[in-house]
Ligand binder design. Structure first.
Ligand SMILES: [Cu+2]
Length: 706
């Protein structure tokens, strides 16, 4: 559709969409028009983020939410309930309306914040019995002055709802934009000192040198305060096919002010030879001839897949969920419910991976290397267009994603989200020694995924839903290692992966935000350790096994580390619904218990990645608390996000709660990770625990041919 056609479609009246439907191209354009009409796009103003401002939960579910009485099935979030006019307005919404941008953001508002919604259209987002106000949020930056603001517009009311000007010293900077990559390269190539540094390394032709703009972090250095910065490392790319990651130019970093468009400091610490061995894994001279021994595997589903997709509503084997996508978070899943004898029982209201941090562990020269791929680079914007037969096998349904460029212009990422069904081996099996029965059932899973490339790394985000009610999140890490020169010999912080080529150690720490609604909103969390008891009275032979259960009652108590030696898990229980034995219906989070952030707790990176200091956080639901490292991560001085969210130490027992889970590998690169890394995996599992009254898959029929 052309811009004109989109505008015409928009002008013909509001299209009734589900409140959680991803923002579409016409909406982005309409929002941009509203911003322009309000004078907010005057001058060289760019969009560093532009996305749907989701309505708060009570606006989607109605004030009673799922806490109302009645059987679980009747109160489950179904496809129709969101459009019910009578549940859209209620006393709670008045309160919410006064804090249109969310309580957290309102607190942050200084004198610059203008909240126009209240005066213009009364309090709140309500639209007289209709669906919630449809809103977009934009982070705008005037690239000539650096002035940035956080703006919310209402498409329904066609007006700016709120606007807050950022103070970069306190708030940090808006995320890196597409244009910043080109700017950084132009700036360093034009800088005489940087060119001289390259020439000292034999690189007279700087068109061969690729600049890699990396987020600057926040170290309190004089002269950096309030500036919009990137730190630029360099790589040599000899021709258009060259694999630059194989040829790092070490010892030189240009600190670039993106607003003033100049190098403010050139760090030139040491000279090491640029590694020369080719890493071009597509070059037959590097990889050798293709092997010829792999015979085809074809996956066919002659009757089609078992799932249905109605717009963004996905249903499969009792599971139901809404699929969303956001430029910052990538894939988002909403209103996930699981089937139980024909009922839809809610499990998670919203699931996403809203942050990931990759802190590097080389203390010299490149100590500042730490990337927040979501908060600083917007992982969703970098989603790949997936190819059938390459990225996904079998009967695939794709969803496109719509994001925008720096100008707020919609851009469709074709086939961004892949949905398919997989055989997953044995579901259950038993050969009975007494009655002779031999039965096997096949497990299957529904897979919803996307892949994104952020600089050198490629990340696959996979959500799996199984026949037995299990949910898994798996991240696949692949792509190119971030490289440096290697001085040879044993290096404590870097692996030599090719002659003179080093791959520094680092961590990949993801944060999952799981807005749990296990059988409704009234939930609580228990920490469960397993233990053996010492021999004694009642345990004379010392074989007793027990679960040690601790209820986590407040937010401060629920900032927890995993403990593999105790098999520690966290159980999210419904405080209202019970199974047939009267025990709470529950889902249990099984963590991998890999190390959390290893940087010194007093370090600048620890201040900025506070969320990564714990495996688990539990907060009371607050629609403004969406990002574990805070709303503005780029160059933020630290302290935002989860450590701040729990400062009020709210009660989390029997209320609407959000789980935040940190996970991911500590990566000391292997030789086998070069020149392109075989997928490494990390993730977590959520399993029903006394949620069903028995194995919910007894009705799965045997395979046809057994
Ligand atoms: Cu890694």
């Amino acid at each position: 559709m052309t811009d004109t056609a989109l505008r015409a479609a928009q002008a013909s009246g509001p299209v009734p969409v589900h409140p959680l439907e991803p923002a579409g191209a016409a909406e982005y354009l309409a929002g941009r028009d509203i911003l322009a009409a309000a004078g907010l796009l005057a001058g060289p103003v760019r969009f560093a983020y532009y996305g749907l401002e989701e309505p708060a939960k009570d606006e989607v579910l109605g004030p009673a939410g799922e806490t109302a009485g009645g059987p679980a099935g009747e109160t489950a979030a179904g496809p129709d309930r969101e459009t019910e006019g009578e549940t859209a307005a209620g006393p709670d919404r008045e309160t919410e309306g006064e804090t249109a941008a969310g309580p957290g953001r309102e607190t942050a508002a200084g004198p610059d914040r203008e909240t126009e919604g209240e005066t213009a259209a009364g309090p709140g987002r309500e639209t007289a019995g209709g669906p919630p106000d449809r809103r977009l949020r934009a982070f705008l930056i005037n690239v000539a002055t650096g002035e940035s603001c956080d703006v919310v517009v209402s498409l329904t009311r066609r007006q700016v709802v709120s606007r807050r000007v950022l103070d970069p010293r306190a708030d940090g900077q808006v995320p890196i934009m597409d244009r910043d990559f080109a700017t950084a390269e132009e700036v360093v190539r034009a800088d005489p000192a940087w060119r001289a540094a390259m020439a000292r390394r034999g690189l007279d032709d700087v068109t061969r040198v690729r600049a890699c703009p990396l987020t600057a972090g926040s170290f309190g250095f004089p002269g950096e305060d309030g500036r919009r910065l990137v730190r630029v490392l360099a790589f040599v790319q000899d021709d258009e096919h060259g694999y630059a990651w194989a040829h790092p130019v070490d010892g030189v970093a240009a600190y670039v002010d993106l607003v003033e468009r100049r190098v403010i400091e050139l760090v030139d610490e040491f000279v090491l030879p640029v590694p020369q061995e080719s890493g071009d894994y597509d070059d037959p001279a590097v990889r050798g001839p293709h092997r010829t021994t792999l015979r085809p595997i074809e996956i066919t589903q002659p009757e089609g897949p078992s799932f249905t997709l109605d717009g963004h509503l996905l249903r499969w084997e009792g599971w139901s969920m809404r699929v969303g996508f956001d430029a910052r978070e990538g894939l988002t899943l909403h209103q996930i419910s699981v089937g139980d004898s024909g009922r839809e029982r809610p499990v998670i209201y919203r699931a996403s991976i809203p942050e990931m941090v990759v802190p590097y562990g080389d203390p010299k020269f490149r100590y500042w290397q730490t990337y927040f791929d979501s908060g600083e680079y917007l992982v969703g914007k970098w989603a790949n267009s997936l190819e059938l037969g390459c990225d996904c096998l079998g009967e695939i349904a794709y969803l496109d994603a719509t994001v925008t460029d720096d100008g707020g212009e919609p851009r469709t990422i074709r086939n961004a989200i892949c949905i398919h069904e997989e055989d997953f081996g044995i579901l259950w099996k038993h050969t009975d020694i007494f009655n002779g029965s031999a039965q096997s059932r096949r497990q299957r899973r529904l897979v919803v995924s996307f892949f994104a490339t952020i600089g050198n790394y490629d990340y696959g985000f996979y959500w799996y839903f199984y026949l037995d009610g299990t949910i898994e999140c798996e991240i696949k890490l692949t792509g190119a290692l971030f490289t440096a020169a290697h001085p040879g010999g044993n290096h404590p912080h870097s692996t030599e992966v090719a002659p003179g080529l080093g791959a520094p150690a680092h961590q990949h720490l993801f944060s999952a935000r799981l807005d749990m609604d296990v059988d409704g909103q009234a939930n609580a969390v228990e920490e469960i350790d397993v233990a053996g008891l010492p021999a004694g009275p009642g345990n004379p032979y010392g074989n007793a096994l027990v679960q040690q259960i601790t209820r986590l009652r407040t937010e401060s108590q629920a900032a927890r580390r995993a403990d593999g030696s105790r098999g520690r898990t966290w159980r999210v229980i419904s405080t209202e619904r019970a199974n047939r034995f009267g025990h709470p219906a529950s889902y249990t989070l099984y963590p991998e218990a890999a190390p959390v952030l290893l940087a010194d707790p007093g370090s600048p990176v620890a201040a900025r990645a506070g969320f990564a200091a714990q495996h688990l956080w539990v907060t009371r639901y607050d629609p403004a608390q969406r990002y574990p490292a805070g709303d503005f991560v780029n160059q933020h001085p630290g302290g935002a996000g989860l450590p701040e969210f729990i400062r009020g130490d709210r009660d989390i027992d029997g209320t609407d709660i959000v789980l935040w889970h940190t996970f991911g590998p500590t990566h000391f690169p292997r030789l086998e990770d070069w020149p392109v890394m075989p997928v490494a995996r990390c993730g977590f599992t959520l399993k029903p625990t006394g949620f069903f009254d028995r194995n919910p898959t007894l009705d799965v029929p045997p395979p046809q041919h057994c």
